[in-house]
Every structure is written in structure tokens, then in C-alpha cells.
Design a protein around this ligand. Structure first.
Ligand code: HEM
Length: 225
């Protein structure tokens, strides 16, 4: 006769693997941006834009490049883990989809009139959804354009898709600018709603108290051979 055991699973709003990947990504992106600015200073795209030494990483452009490659491996490997985790666990489907234009406009309107509610951390509003999906898409584009900049001969077909080498630089630069813009909004919101920041550190509230019933068959009579 099989014995049925009950096991209680308590899932946090932000499970541990997600938090680890989020904070590794935050460190990697700061290395990428600071070192990227150092490399950019060596051959600027916009004549008036030169990043001050206080905010760049690497004493010389060559050091900036080495930091950039170091950050790149962390960003790419961690990013692939995050994307696979989000797809495999259904987190992206549950938390980021669907997102409709109507909901985005309504949420943006609420935000402009300071009517956005922050009491429920377990649901992302439409603007959060589009920002998170958008930054992931830009993260993918910045890696693709970075590959074409790094190895334009080996990835010549990829590089050709952009047209010219200078176009790849501009695309890469614009992706960086979009990520910096995202971070300004993202970090400001995290500081404005400190509960959300604490939840990204300690996991936040339990969101799912599912009861999994595991049927463990009691050892029956050994089959006779
Ligand atoms: C110091 C830097 C950062 C801080 C303080 C921060 C803070 C947070 C917080 C508090 C949340 C929970 C969001 C919420 O409840 O609305 C969150 C989620 C998220 N953050 Fe950040 N973040 C930082 C850096 C980054 C970076 C660099 C990226 C990507 C470029 C990023 C992408 C995301 C994404 C995609 C989520 C949603 C995660 C999910 O639920 O699957 N964050 N962040």
C-alpha cells in the first residue's frame, strides 16, 4: 500500500538564483559601462562628449579594454543563465507577459499624475514590464553589436548587417545610453520604494504555498527471482 507524504513549498517573490544573477548583472554592467567610457574617450563619437576620469574604469584605454572583456564574460554568461532561468521556470511568462499598449498608456498616465500604487510588490505594472523586457532586448543587441566590433573579420556577416563599422559603434553606443537611461529610472524607483530593494536582497514575501504531494511507495515484497 503506497504511503502519501505532504511537502510544503514556500516560494519567495524573488527566488535566490534570480537575486544572485540580478546582483552579478548589476556589478558586470557597471564594469562594462565604466570601462566602455574609457575606451570611447580614445576615439569619441560625439565631439563634445568626453567622460571624466572620475567615472571611467582603467588608467589607459588598454586597461579599459581589459576590464571591458572581463566584464563581458560575466555579463554574457550570467545573462544567458538569467534568460534560460526566466524561460525555463515560466517566470517571464508569469511576471512580464502579457503586456498591452493600452495598459502601458494607462500606467504611464497614472505615473504622470502620481497615482501609481506601490503596495503590491508581487505584480509588475505595464511600464515595469515593458522596461524589463526592453532592457533585456537592448542587452541582447549590445552583445551582438559588441561581438561585431570585437571580431569584425570572424563575424563579418554579422558586421555586414549593420552596414559600416561606424554604424556598429553608434548602435553599441546608443544601447549603452538606453541602459544608462534605464538605470537612472530603475535605481531611482528602487530608492523611492525601499521595500522593493529589500525584497531584491532578502527574497521578499512568500508568494506560493503550494502543497506538493509526493507519493512514496512503501517497499513491497521483494520480487522473487
Ligand atoms: C545598483 C543597481 C540596481 C539596483 C539597486 C536594482 C534594483 C532592483 C530592484 C529593487 C528590483 C525589484 C524590482 C521591482 O520590484 O520592481 C529589480 C529588478 C530587476 N532589475 Fe534591477 N537593480 C539594479 C541594477 C540592474 C541592472 C544593471 C539591470 C539590467 C541592465 C537590472 C534589471 C532588472 C530586471 C530585469 C529586474 C526584474 C527581475 C525579475 O523580476 O525577473 N537591474 N532591480
Amino acid at each position: 500500500m503506497p504511503v502519501v507524504k505532504s511537502k510544503t513549498h514556500e516560494r519567495r517573490l524573488h527566488p535566490l538564483p534570480l537575486r544572485i544573477m540580478h546582483w552579478i548583472n548589476a556589478i558586470a554592467i557597471f564594469i562594462m559601462i565604466g570601462s566602455g567610457w574609457k575606451i570611447y574617450n580614445d576615439d569619441v563619437i560625439l565631439g563634445w562628449l568626453h567622460f571624466p576620469d572620475a567615472v571611467v574604469i582603467g588608467k589607459w584605454a588598454q586597461y579599459g579594454l581589459q576590464w571591458h572583456f572581463f566584464g563581458m564574460w560575466i555579463f554574457v554568461i550570467n545573462g544567458l543563465c538569467y534568460l534560460s532561468y526566466g524561460i525555463a521556470t515560466g517566470r517571464f511568462r508569469r511576471k512580464l507577459l502579457p503586456v498591452s499598449l493600452r495598459a502601458i498608456l494607462a500606467t504611464a498616465n497614472d505615473a504622470l499624475h502620481f497615482r501609481l500604487a506601490h503596495d503590491d510588490l508581487t505584480h509588475y505594472n505595464a511600464v515595469q514590464k515593458i522596461l524589463y523586457l526592453g532592457v533585456m532586448a537592448i542587452g541582447i543587441l549590445i552583445v551582438i553589436s559588441g561581438l561585431a566590433l570585437w571580431k569584425p573579420v570572424q563575424f563579418s556577416e554579422l558586421a555586414a548587417l549593420f552596414g559600416s563599422f561606424q554604424t556598429i559603434r553608434i548602435v553599441h553606443f546608443l544601447c549603452m545610453a538606453a541602459i544608462v537611461g534605464f538605470l537612472l529610472v530603475h535605481i531611482s524607483l528602487a530608492l523611492l520604494v525601499p521595500r522593493s530593494l529589500i525584497a531584491m536582497i532578502n527574497g521578499g514575501p512568500a508568494v506560493d504555498r503550494g502543497v506538493a504531494r509526493a507519493a512514496v511507495a512503501a517497499p513491497e515484497a521483494e520480487p522473487s527471482h
